[in-house]
Design a protein around this ligand. Structure first.
Ligand code: TRP
Ligand code: SF4
Length: 412
């Protein structure tokens, strides 16, 4: 994904999650991870391992959960996710997700969940498992809690997850309708602004006007930085002022927008979509010999039985890899050479093997220190959870208040 296809506002919060499936493959990379790496440059990002989600379908055998989780996070880091930019964490280490899920479950009509397309589809597909469980029905709502608790502007997902963001928006709307905006919002904002000196307050007001009236995003960034940098603000005040920058009307749980990830076709070795369950994958950090061996054996246009038979790249999965990995010149060479039988398939595969190997080698280098020292991964996840919890707790404070629940018991 190129930078220019990202939406214009260069600020705001982005959140996404992935189930812990173990080592990732090129399909995961081009379909999601690469996009996350690009997003962390421009947004405040939260990326998490959806380990509770894995339990919704895989509750019978959890023995591989930790191994899969660690392997996936190492691949995230190998691909360039940067813990200094994005909060990288594990869902179950931020129990506020469960708390919000519980509260949202009180207001969510059952038919909303029953109608989510993946509910019946997955039950039909995973016939070997008993998915007539409470957790499985509720998992889109758990996803809603995952999202709403960070009050993100955008949720980058693929086509298959759009329905889940849609129900998230409906749940947010219902919650906001029931528990309202905060009538004290303007007064609280004014109170929080007292933590700045007069010049700071004036500057913030001006930047806010600039953004609201003229869409001045640089100003918005400056204002956010001022808020982030003022250590006299409490966490909840900071969250409140960030909302205040966008207007007076306070939505308790703002409706997030889908950021649809462009998903190029990533063919597996057999020409079907690359997928772990088909056993046709190339790993993100696979070694060059194995990459070469796999691609050499990869399906090509069936019309090219002999070297002298011309072919059609459009009918060949190797061409889809060229589209992802080759320069325009190489692609022209493939088009001409394939159609005229001027090149052989092995020759044609060579640049793809080289490009994928080079990419994988880079990623293996980045993964190596974490494989050698798994404690480092745990430290990153722990730090990510601390950061995520701060944001999640600030939301829960407001949610509890709006629902007339007591605040969380202070740690003793
Ligand atoms: N359900 C998503 C999947 O299976 C993972 C996920 C869980 C998620 N919570 C999320 C994605 C919140 C985006 C936002 O791929
Ligand atoms: Fe596929 Fe390349 Fe062989 Fe054509 S020459 S069939 S594009 S591998």
């Amino acid at each position: 994904m190129t930078d220019s296809s990202l939406p214009a506002p260069a600020s705001g919060t982005v959140l996404s999650g992935m189930r812990p499936t173990g080592q990732l493959h090129l399909g995961n990379y081009h379909g999601a991870l690469k996009n996350w790496v690009a997003l962390q440059e421009r947004y405040e990002c939260y990326f998490f391992v959806a380990d509770w989600h894995a339990l919704t379908t895989g509750y019978e055998d959890t023995s591989q959960l930790q191994a899969h989780l660690a392997a996936m996070v190492i691949d995230w880091l190998a691909a360039g996710l940067d813990p200094a930019r994005a909060a990288i964490f594990v869902q179950s280490q931020v129990p506020e997700h469960a708390e919000l899920h519980l509260l949202l479950s009180m207001i969510t009509p059952l038919p909303w969940l029953e109608r989510v397309p993946t509910y019946k589809d997955q039950q039909a597909q995973l016939k070997d498992r008993d998915l007539a469980t409470y957790g499985f029905l509720g998992y889109p709502l758990l996803q809603s809690a995952d999202i709403l608790i960070y009050r993100p502007a955008y949720v980058p997902v693929g086509e298959d997850q759009v329905a889940h963001v849609e129900i998230t928006r409906e749940v947010a709307r219902r919650f906001n309708h029931l528990f309202g905006g905060d009538p004290q919002f303007a007064a609280k904002a004014k109170q929080a602004l007292r933590r700045f000196d007069a010049a700071g307050r004036e500057r913030l007001q001006a930047l806010r006007r600039g953004f609201m009236e003229a869409g001045d995003h640089a100003g918005l960034d400056e204002a956010r930085a001022m808020i982030a940098g003022n250590h006299r603000l409490e966490q909840a005040e900071r969250a409140l002022l960030r909302d205040w920058l966008h207007g007076d009307h306070h939505q308790l749980l703002p409706e997030p927008q889908v950021l649809l990830t462009p998903t190029p076709k990533v063919p597996g070795l057999d020409g079907r979509k690359m997928s772990k369950s088909y056993g046709n994958v190339i790993g993100l950090t696979e070694d060059p010999e194995s990459i070469a061996r796999k691609i050499k054996g990869m399906q090509t246009d069936p019309a090219r039985v002999r070297r002298t038979d011309p072919g059609d790249p459009e009918k060949c999965p190797v061409w889809d890899l060229h589209k992802l990995y080759s320069t325009p010149q190489t692609r022209e060479w493939v088009q001409a050479g394939c159609r005229s039988a001027g090149i052989g398939c092995l020759e044609c595969k060579k640049p793809v093997i080289d490009a994928i190997s080079a990419e994988a080698t880079l990623m293996r280098e980045r993964a190596a220190p974490y494989i050698a020292n798994p404690r480092r991964v745990r430290e990153i996840l722990d730090a990510g959870a601390v950061k995520a919890r701060q944001a999640a707790q600030a939301t829960m404070e407001v949610v509890r208040g709006a629902m007339h629940l007591l605040p969380e018991r202070p740690a003793s």
